[in-house]
Design a protein around this ligand. Structure first.
Ligand code: 1DF
Ligand code: MN
Length: 350
């Protein structure tokens, strides 16, 4: 099909896009300085923001401009793609690469800016609350403040300085999210230094593959560390069609049981349920970057129609044609409405 110039809004459903990135100019400036000073010892950050933050090639320059816009350009792009409503979140790695105090302050500032944008355009936007996992108790406080401001969930951009939320020191974040009934979107980050080297060597560390490997591992380790046994009502969201986990779930169930029953690892302990049960009961997935009918249908089949929703991943993957491809999927209209609208309305309480 030819690339369309504009996609009409649908009368059958509201199209809700659920992984839509933004960044205040202030944060983009910080990223540029961090990259240029090479302070971080984080080759993934340097790879990602060395590119998006400084390249003058058309795609990164456009991404930078669109990230910082929360008004005319973004709304015009949504109109042209037939996107009714966007769930906005601070782009990766958010404040998670910063030192603790700067991260806490900037999470708060960026949440205030995003809240103002939602107030300006309440019929087009809802927001996820950015947190600094570097300070879990303060993150829980910020979540409470954001909940009062009308935020619909939390954004966490995968690892924080190489550390994972499966580590119990971060569990106050899960406890607070469960208590406040706020879903946590576990968005990709670049792989940490300890993981990235062979990916960087071949240029596959980014969104093409490295993101998915890193975030899939992170989600899986949250499951296997027993987070959902401790916090059974907690709900999380992962993009990119579940970062491949739905496709793996049969093997995950078999191997988890096999390794646990033979006591192979001290840190792989029995769970109350099968790994795939947590995917079906505690995890929602979005099709960000993977608007591909066979994958959507597979995910709906394995997780359930009530667990799979639409996301565009604007501005990184702004492709109007994908909306038409999703409209034309050979699935029942009720399921399509769930995909575009119903699941998002439920998980984010829109
Ligand atoms: C990219 C992709 C960058 C995604 C992102 O944030 C991002 C990219 C910095 O293409 O480099 O959110 N994504 O989710 O696929
Ligand atoms: Mn994304």
């Amino acid at each position: 099909m030819p690339e369309t110039t504009s996609v009409p809004f649908s009368e059958k459903y509201r199209r809700i896009a659920t992984e839509e990135a933004w960044a205040p100019q202030e944060l983009l400036d910080i990223y540029r300085d961090l990259y240029e000073s090479r302070q971080l010892d984080d080759p993934g950050f340097d790879s990602l923001w060395g590119f998006y933050g400084t390249s003058d090639a058309p795609r990164p320059a456009t991404v930078r401009r669109k990230l910082a816009d929360l008004d005319d350009e973004r709304l015009a792009d949504m109109d042209a793609a037939g996107i009714d409503f966007a769930i906005l979140a601070l782009t990766s790695p958010g404040v998670q690469v910063l030192d603790r105090d700067t991260a806490v302050a900037l999470a708060r500032d960026s949440n205030d800016m995003l809240s103002e944008a939602v107030t300006r355009h309440p019929d087009r936007y809802a927001a996820l609350c950015a947190i600094a996992p570097q300070a879990p108790e303060l993150a829980a406080k910020e979540m409470e403040r954001c909940k009062a401001l009308g935020f619909k969930g939390i954004i966490n951009n995968s690892h924080t300085h190489g550390e994972y939320l499966s580590d119990q020191k971060f569990w106050p974040i899960f406890e607070a999210a469960e208590a406040m009934d706020l879903p946590i979107y576990l968005h990709p980050n670049t792989p940490p230094k300890s993981m990235i080297e062979p990916m960087l060597e071949v240029g596959l560390d980014g969104a093409i593959f490295g993101f998915g490997v890193e975030t899939g591992l992170h989600m899986l380790s949250i499951i296997t560390s027993g987070v959902f046994d401790q916090f059974p009502r907690l709900q999380m969201i992962i993009g990119h069609m579940g970062e491949a986990l739905p496709y793996w779930s049969y093997r995950l169930d078999f191997m988890h049981n096999a390794q646990v029953s033979s006591k192979r690892y001290e840190n792989l302990q029995p769970l109350q349920k099968k790994v795939s049960d947590y995917l079906k009961e505690n995890v929602y997935i979005t099709c960000s970057g993977m608007a591909w009918e066979p994958a959507v249908r597979f995910a709906q089949q394995t997780l359930g129609v009530d667990r799979v929703m639409y996301a565009m991943d604007y501005p990184y993957q702004y492709v109007k044609q994908e909306v038409l491809d999703m409209d034309n999927m050979d699935i029942p209209d009720v399921d399509k409405k769930m995909f575009y609208q119903g699941v998002a309305e439920k998980v984010f309480k829109l």
